[in-house]
Design a protein around this ligand. Structure first.
Ligand SMILES: C[S@@+](CC[C@H](N)C(=O)[O-])C[C@H]1O[C@@H](n2cnc3c(N)ncnc32)[C@H](O)[C@@H]1O
Length: 285
């Protein structure tokens, strides 16, 4: 339904976990220790990556409202979380996962966030989280979210927002064109309307600052080395599809670029970096 498969979200997880900006996470932990039991509202939760990345770091008693419009991804949350819990030595019973320093319960919630942002349950919620979501949203929707956070005194942690930086090694003569076509595609109309795409990270920081929040940002780039073949192949397929959607008349050139990039991936000489930005915005004291 959403175009984000459970397999893709699973493939990207280790890259996301390695990429999350440590200084921003430190600020998030500093902020969290000043709260008691806290609720998180995770927007575009997918299969629940934010809970798994943040619950041990946040510590203490937590509950998570996990909102997404895709029922298949929501259905996968308990399974993915149970597998993560087992591997990490946490205990899971029903909708609660308990580790040495935390106890987190979760409630999946099906919602089209483009329409339903203002009617989500906020009782006890102190922090809005979003991972790999902000580049999909529109300027209007971002303004609504900032206003929601301001009215309810909520913090916002938005991780892994694509920020328009891409580079490949070895360099290819068509990289710049393919990058431009990808960014144009990223700015296309998505489920939230015209997407901010590569401008989202800067736009979010500016919007929260203008609303009086204290904002911290930092890079959270994916760095793929020669051995990260599956991830590079998956991204290449996405770039090619995006480029074809925007410029079908350039199908021949795009195919040749794909072949050259695939050859480098297969030969073990390809490295690739995708620029992301993490953001923490908290209401000013
Ligand atoms: C790139 S995925 C990120 C998923 C998850 N946060 C993660 O980091 O693995 C974007 C998510 O946003 C959800 N999404 C996109 N548009 C939405 C909308 N209008 N309402 C609710 N969820 C939406 C998708 O279903 C998908 O789960």
């Amino acid at each position: 339904m959403s175009g984000f498969s459970s397999d893709w979200l699973h493939l990207r997880t280790p890259y996301d976990d390695a990429a999350r900006n440590k200084a921003v996470l430190e600020r998030l932990r500093d902020w969290r220790v000043r709260q008691g039991e806290i609720g998180m509202l995770d927007l575009g939760c997918g299969t629940g990556a934010s809970l798994r990345a943040l619950a041990p770091l946040l510590g203490g008693r937590q509950f998570w409202v996990m909102a997404d419009h895709d029922p298949a991804l929501l259905k996968a949350i308990p399974d993915h979380t149970a597998r993560w819990a087992a591997a990490a030595g946490h205990a899971m019973a029903g909708d609660t996962v308990t580790g040495k320093n935390f106890s987190a319960s979760f409630a999946p919630q099906q919602a089209d966030l483009s329409a339903r942002l203002d009617s989500l349950p906020l009782d006890g919620v102190r922090l809005v989280t979003a991972s790999a979501l902000f580049d999909l949203v529109s300027a209007d929707w971002l303004a609504r979210l900032v206003d929601l956070c301001r009215r309810h005194g909520l913090g916002c942690y938005a991780a892994l927002t694509y920020d328009g930086r891409l580079d490949w090694t070895p360099v290819d003569r068509l990289d710049t064109d393919m990058h431009a076509l990808f960014d144009q595609h990223q700015r296309g109309t998505k489920s939230f309307g015209p997407a901010l795409g590569p401008n989202a990270a800067d736009a979010a920081a500016a919007a929260f600052r203008a609303a009086g929040f204290t904002v911290e940002t930092g890079p959270s780039d994916w760095q793929m080395e020669a051995e990260d073949r599956d991830m590079q192949e998956a991204l290449l397929a996405g770039y090619v599809q995006a480029a074809l959607d925007i410029a079908p008349d350039r199908a021949g050139e795009i195919e040749h670029w794909r072949q050259r990039r695939r050859f480098a991936i297969g030969a073990g000489t390809s490295r690739h970096r995708v620029g992301h930005t993490d953001l923490l915005a908290v209401p000013s004291a």
